[in-house]
Ligand binder design. Structure first.
Ligand SMILES: C[S@@+](CC[C@H](N)C(=O)[O-])C[C@H]1O[C@@H](n2cnc3c(N)ncnc32)[C@H](O)[C@@H]1O
Length: 304
């Protein structure tokens, strides 16, 4: 396994927003364990007696991060699972409430570089499942979904206009031969749009993003985790989300707004800690290009 599993983005900023210094005994959730850098810094930063529940869908992350975090066994529980099931996972760990959750969304560099289907730079089977136990993969979507459903996926999740032309080309191509690999899919795109030699990188990124979101049901999972984590969060608890594209960021922004002190008359509400969205400084962007699209938002639970 590669040693550089993932270079964390906005690491110190995310962890310092997450830990409310007023709280003494934390029960925190890292919903996206990845290579374990966030979890490691959280373990190093919380007072003794605190607990961290670290979750990832991907068994490669669990294996890699368990080794990185082996010195913190008394503080951390590592769980393979979906962050959308946060309520159930926290209950199974023996807690009724949490003092914060951090989500660093999307993919790790390991997934992008080593796991099948995620990257258009490599010819691999069209898989794209972060959780290899789940049934739906990108191959099934491209070969079995109706033309209209494909158009919806490309337009909604890839933010591509007039995508019916591509869906039509996909449906025609699969009548002749099943679409099995990233290269098969790229050939269809190139043929339909007349791209010759250079890869249309932005366009391909959007299409691969669209498929990935559909395969992993990413937007619904994000909506569910925000709602369920908020429900079990104590006063002073914090929600921190680092997102990498506008669809995710919009969901977070709207959730914060709908639950803000202004919107809620009485009861549990959110005080938004990041009045303006936080983005990485230039040195981080220069040393880690993946960080350039990162957007961090944080909020604290208050009683209105
Ligand atoms: C950007 S990486 C996180 C990197 C991590 N912060 C670190 O310090 O290395 C995102 C991780 O979230 C995981 N992930 C994405 N969606 C998930 C979900 N719904 N439930 C659990 N894990 C998820 C991915 O498998 C991936 O390992």
């Amino acid at each position: 396994m590669v040693t550089e599993y993932h270079i964390p983005v906005l690491l110190n900023t995310a962890v310092s927003y997450l830990i409310n210094p007023v709280i003494r005994n934390h029960v925190l959730v890292d919903g996206t364990l990845g290579g374990g850098s966030y979890s490691k810094l959280i373990c190093e930063s919380v007072p003794g007696g605190s607990r961290l529940i670290a979750i990832d869908k991907d068994e490669n992350s669990i294996t890699f991060a368990a080794e990185i975090l082996k010195d913190y066994r008394e503080k951390i529980s590592i769980r393979q699972g979906n962050f959308a099931d946060v309520g159930q996972i926290v209950t199974e760990e023996g807690f009724v409430s949490i003092t914060g959750i951090v989500l660093d969304l999307g993919l790790s560099s390991y997934q992008l570089n080593e796991e099948a289907g995620f990257s258009f730079m490599k010819n691999t089977p069209l898989d794209m499942r972060a959780d290899k136990n789940s049934e739906l993969d990108a191959r099934t979507i491209l070969n079995e979904y109706k033309e209209k459903e494909l158009t919806e996926i490309f337009e909604e999740y890839g933010e591509i206009s007039k995508a019916s032309r591509l869906s039509k080309a996909v449906v025609e191509a699969r009548r002749r031969q099943a679409i099995e690999t990233t290269e098969d899919f790229i050939k269809i795109i190139k043929r339909e749009y007349g791209f010759k030699s250079a890869l249309p990188v932005k366009f391909l990124s959007k299409l691969f993003q669209a498929l990935r979101i559909a395969v992993n049901d990413e937007l619904n999972d994000l909506k569910k985790v925000l709602t369920d984590a908020f429900d079990i969060m104590i006063e002073g608890g914090r929600i921190v989300v680092v997102s990498y594209h506008s669809l995710e960021d919009r969901i977070v922004k709207n959730f914060f707004r709908e639950h803000s002190e202004k919107a809620v008359q009485a009861g549990k509400a959110l005080k938004i800690l990041t009045k303006k969205v936080v983005t990485p400084e230039y040195p981080e962007v220069r040393s880690n290009t993946r960080s350039r699209s990162a957007k961090l938002r944080a909020a604290e639970v208050v009683i209105a």
